[in-house]
Each structure stands twice: as C-alpha cells, then as structure tokens.
Design a protein around this ligand. Sequence first.
Ligand code: ARG
Length: 594
Amino acid sequence: MTDLKTGLSGAVEAAFAALGLPPELGRVTPSDRPDLADFQSNGALAAAKRVGRNPREIAGEVAERLAADPRVAAVEVAGPGFVNLKVAEAALSARADEIAADPRAGGELVPAPRRVLVDYGGPNVAKPMHVGHLRASIIGEAIKRIYRFRGDVVVGDAHFGDWGYQMGLLIGAVMDEHADIAALIAKLNAQGADPQGPIPPAFERITLADLDRLYPLAAAKGKEDPAYRDRARKLTAELQAHAPGHYLLWRRFRDVTQVALERDFHALGVDFDLWKGESDVDHLIEPMVAELHARGLLVDDQGARIVRVAREGDKRELPPLLVVSSEGSAMYGTTDLATILDRKQTFDPDLVIYCVDQRQADHFEIVFRAAYQAGYAAEGQLQHIGFGTMNGADGKPFKTREGGVLKLNDLIEMARDKARERLHEAGLGEDLPEAEFEDIAGKVAVAALKFADLSNFRGTSYVFDLDRFTSFEGKTGPYLLYQAVRVKSLLAKARDQQAAPGPVRVAEPAERDLVLTLDAFNAALVESYERYAPNAVAEHAYRLAQSFSKFYAACPILTAEPDVRASRLTLAQATLRQLEQALDVLGISVPDRM
Ligand code: ARG
C-alpha cells in the first residue's frame, strides 16, 4: 500500500527519467496553493539548471506525460516551471477506502525491522524529578511507541539512577537520624550478612517521605562540608563493594522509590518495559575495567583511571571518560558504558536511543566514543536525543510556586484539578458516573501535558501554561480528545439509526481535503521516526482534527442520501481510527465519551 503522495512522486519521477532528467528531482510535495492543486513538483527548475534548458518547457513535457495517468484529474504548469497536480476523485475515493479498511489506519511498517532500545525517563532513587525527567518521559514514551508501531522490536528502559553518590549521602543521613539503624548496619557488616537476604524490619521503617525529606538536606550539607562529602563518598564506595548493611538499606531505598515512581509514571501514561538500574551492571564493571586496561584504553590520571576520547578535528576539547574515581568508585559514565555492554549481551540492539536532557550531550558523546573505541557498539548505533527545557513564566526551567523542583505526582494532580475545572466549564461529562468522570479528567490532564510538550519540536523550549494546555480550544490535547469523542458519538448515533458505512465517493472540497489529510499520516510517522521528532505526528493529529471539523460542518452526514451517508460514515470511521492511532503513538488515550 502506498500513499497518494508517494505514488504520484513515482509517476513524476518516471516522467523525469523518460525525459533523460534526474528522476529524484521529480518528487512531489503538498501544494502551496491547496485552492489550485493538491500536489506540486518543483523539479523542472532544478533540472533546467542542470541541463541548461528552459524550465517551463521541461515542466510542459512532464505535464504531457502525466496527463494520461488515471490518478491525475488535472495537471498544469504554473509560474516559472512548477507542475501542479490535482488528484482524480476516483483515486481519492479508492485511497480513502483503503485507509478505512486498514487496521493500521494507513501507517506502514518499516521494510526491515530493527531491534531498538529506548533509554528514557531516567528517574533516580531519592533525587526528585525535575522538568528534564518529565520531558524525557513524555518524548521517550512517544518515540518508543512510534518505533514499535512501525514494526521495530522495541524495549523501553528507565535506566534507574540507583548507584551514585546520592546513595552514600542518603545512607549517611539515615544513619545520623537513626542510631539503631547505624548500629544494625555495623553489625550486619561485621557478621558478613547476605546482601540478597530479607530486608531487616528496622530498615522497612524508612519511607519515601523520609528520603524526600533527607535527600535535599544531605545534598546541601555535602556541598558545604568537605568532611560530610568525603564520608558520603566513602559510604558510596562501600555500598558499591557490597557491604551487606549498606546494601540491605540501599535495597529498601530502591524498592520504595520504584513503587512510587511506577505509580506516578503510570498515571502519566508512561510505562517502562525494564526498570534496570545503574546497579544492575555492577558485576560487569570489574571485568570491563580489566578489559579496557588490557587493551591499552585505560590511562592513570592522578589516582583515577580514565579513557581519552578526544579526536583530531574536535572543535573543543572533550574531557576523558572517568571510569574509576580516585576513591575507587564507579561513576555515572562507568555504569553507562557497562550498560552498553550489558545491552549488547542481553538484547543486542541495532540502535539505542537515549532520550535525555540536552545538558547531558557531552556526557553521551564521551561515553559513546569510549564504547566505539572498546567495540561495544558500532559507530552510529548510539544516539542521544536531547531536548530543550520546559520553562516557567520567568523563562527559567519550571519550578513550583514554592520555588522547589517539581514532583511528578504534584504535577499530575495539578493538571487533573485543572482538567476537572475545564470539564465543568464546558459542561462535559457531568452526567456521567463519578468514576468515569475521574477517568476522563485523568485522560484530559495527560493529553494536555503530553500534547503541549510533543507539539513543539523537541529542541525548542516551551513555557508551562496549564491554562492554555487544558483548554478545549486551540492546538491542545483536550481539543483533540474532544474531536475524537465527537466522532465516536456520531458513529454511535449512526449505529442506533442502523446507518451503515459504505464505499467512499469523494465529491465536496471538504471531503477531498479530509482524504488528502488522511493520506499524509504515513509521511508524518516516517518523519517522526527518522528525525526522532514526535511533533510531526502531533501536527498531523491536529491537522486531521481540523480537516474533520471542516468536513463535519460542510457535509451533513446522518441526514444525507443513503449512498452519500454511507460514504461519509466511512470517512468518519477512518478519521477516528487514524486520530486514535496517532494519539496512541503519542501516548495519549481517548475516552469513550465526555
Ligand atoms: N538518572 C539520570 C539523571 O537524572 C538520567 C539517566 C539517563 N540515561 C542514561 N543512560 N544515562 O540525570
């Protein structure tokens, strides 16, 4: 199955080839003047330059060859040498029928599926989430779904931050607050207890609230007080050496955080396939260090061990990868490098996509180069997909009103409150059972947050504006949900009246426009896929909702003649399926009614 745009590109390319011109110049694009044409090809201009001929003349010859194509209703030469194409109604109708019958709503599969791992979200034990994590989760989830929908074998991994300095900080802070826990840790270490054994009840007293409270205090103290910092580093090294007392307490930290995070992420429609942590590659680090050493990649540097990654021709000097710190600890980059090795051994990905804040671009460049040098991945298999920040009204990374970092849970609650308010304002969902209303409010909230993020190109920063994000009007998630629900209720009404869908017969301009929009879904998917940019699909979803809205206003459905009604119902059905599919790959789900 090919879309009209690709099919027509093929026809124009063939015409170019037949005229002895470079075929690739023939490619068509959607017309700049939809009132005059559906597609245009500007290739005659470039071709004319290459062969030293008049562009209008070339365009005329191309047009002549296309005139006989049954898909083409009219072909014209315009301006300096554009070829304008209008698609035949029969071809539009056939394409609409094809999309309507396709369970994938016109979205095609890649010819050769790859194994893709998406590393996204990147939450940490104890350290609160910041806006970078929110965007990483939203964008990463969408990329994961887009890749999966196109047929790749995709695994999403949270790459839980559970093995760094913050662990030592927390262990110290808990010991300071609970003398009994400190004593128990010492005892367990002295006994050589089993680190994998059951977690002692005394440790189970530590809750997520404790971690939330202790971490910022300990982090601040560590910044001011070198002795405090040194102790935290030492505790981190001891944890990494599997001191049983440290390790058992750390397991408690990990468990309570993961349970809470999984719940919050789920509320945002973000679900990871894997919750592997930095700690999960711990066993690989020693052999990896030995191997790097044996291969001459590891260099001693003032007590630390590093891999140099600078390359000739670098515009600025990239620092080396710090593999083992002078305290003997594994660093953030060490676990990242070992994770590449682990993924190769356990999943053997063709591509790893790291969806992480742009501020970590250097970190990834350094780790990737080290991995390529070590042969853990082939050049180009590791991709860092960075993004801008979500800012507050002051233009700086978003903070809560109290000036703190945002908690995912609070953000979702805030968005839900606003969603309820908006639903009431619009008089939506009020006569529905309470539980259903709550479900709808949750979906509206998630749609608002995600669509606001995904409708921007990921590289751009945007301003957090919950009022705008949750509006049912404009380019918003809630607007799209509302439109989708409107189509659902139209289709339900048609079923009640026993009006069945039937073959499409495109006639009205609004119908043409709707079918051309439906036809563009695959191109949007391909663009999002190739550029790691979900905004192309977001843009498409919005355009589709708008096209449908115009069609709905211009073309009566249930009151039309039976054949016309059947055709329009098929268009409505195809629209709904494609809109839901587009939203689904963005990680947004549509309620049944509102
Ligand atoms: N936990 C990290 C942070 O909060 C993000 C992890 C990103 N993924 C990775 N493989 N390093 O900054």
